[in-house]
Design a protein around this ligand. Structure first.
Ligand SMILES: CC(C)(COP(=O)(O)OP(=O)(O)OC[C@H]1O[C@@H](n2cnc3c(N)ncnc32)[C@H](O)[C@@H]1OP(=O)(O)O)[C@@H](O)C(=O)NCCC(=O)NCCS
Length: 258
């Protein structure tokens, strides 16, 4: 689709859209998960897209895609905190640190093998890890505005914090593949359900999740704001999955291993 470094830059620019922050912030003292499972799809001329666990060098691209997934939330929370520092720069630091649930260690990326460019990502971790993070570094008015979202969670589930695919690569099954990984990870870690938040007006994502077995659990009432332009609030969705595995006790799993 693209050639050389200019093409890679073009892919990067695609994702400088409004974006979001779910469960960002204060470093956790304990358990970040172990790196995720190995590559499942080999690149080929016919299908140059492959998925693999994220590595440190992916952090910048992961941060941009997390912004895309957030639908403006991160710009709302982090914009203009420090002049000329884009919210994606804050997120790059968070993804680079093992102390945040948003860490690259909790991410899987989709790669365009021809460009060696990250064109999709999923950030997945136990929801309960969010209890160890804090929004206190943010201005009160901003965190107060999204309080309904921060308080509304399916505790005890595995949480899909962010899922995004670069615009030119959508509708090729990449998002579905990353979501399948999230489900497999949840099973392996002993969780019986996945949860996530999606803006009520993000009909593409809403339909995507519904088609994959997610149901609506509740709605967090986030009022429309000139800097966070969503109507209908944020929907908490859940998918029950068959839990065939026992919890290993890692990644903040709420159940003790048997
Ligand atoms: C939501 C999102 C991650 C989906 O990623 P994706 O790679 O387009 O997902 P898929 O290709 O697996 O599936 C998308 C749809 O396209 C369809 N599709 C898949 N391959 C296709 C193809 N080759 N041609 C046409 N349609 C195709 C799928 O059937 C699916 O439709 P369905 O849900 O009705 O079955 C992507 O739209 C995105 O990044 N959106 C912006 C960020 C965002 O909103 N993230 C969610 C935040 S909660």
């Amino acid at each position: 689709m693209f050639r050389d470094a200019d093409s890679r830059a073009a892919v990067n620019e695609l994702d400088l859209e409004p974006g979001g922050l779910r469960g960002y912030l204060k470093p956790r003292m304990g358990s970040i998960g172990k790196p995720s499972s190995p590559v499942v799809a080999a690149p080929s001329a016919a299908n140059p897209i492959t998925c693999r666990p994220a590595v440190f060098a992916d952090c910048g691209r992961i941060a941009r895609l997390i912004c895309v997934a957030g639908g403006g939330l991160y710009e709302f929370l982090l914009g203009d905190l420090i002049p000329f520092v884009h919210p994606a720069n804050f997120l790059t630091i968070a993804t680079a640190s093992a102390g945040y649930a948003m860490s690259y260690r909790n991410c899987r990326v989709a790669i365009d093998a021809k460009l060696d460019a990250v064109i999709g990502m999923a950030n997945v971790f136990p929801t309960d890890l969010l209890k160890q993070e804090s929004l206190m570094m943010l201005p009160f008015s901003r965190r107060n505005h999204i309080r309904a979202l921060v308080d509304l969670h399916d505790w005890g589930s595995m949480f899909v914090n962010a899922l995004a695919v670069s615009e030119l690569y959508r509708c090729r099954g990449i998002g579905g593949q990353l979501l399948d990984w999230a489900e497999d990870l949840a099973k392996q870690e002993g969780f019986d359900r996945l949860s996530l938040h999606v803006w009520a007006d993000n009909t593409t994502a809403l339909n995507f999740y519904k088609a994959r077995g997610f149901i609506q659990l509740a709605v967090g009432n986030i009022p429309y704001h000139s800097r966070l332009r969503h109507v209908g609030g944020s929907i908490l969705m859940q998918k029950k999955i068959g839990s065939r595995y026992r919890c290993s006790g890692s990644r903040g799993c709420p159940r003790a291993p048997k």
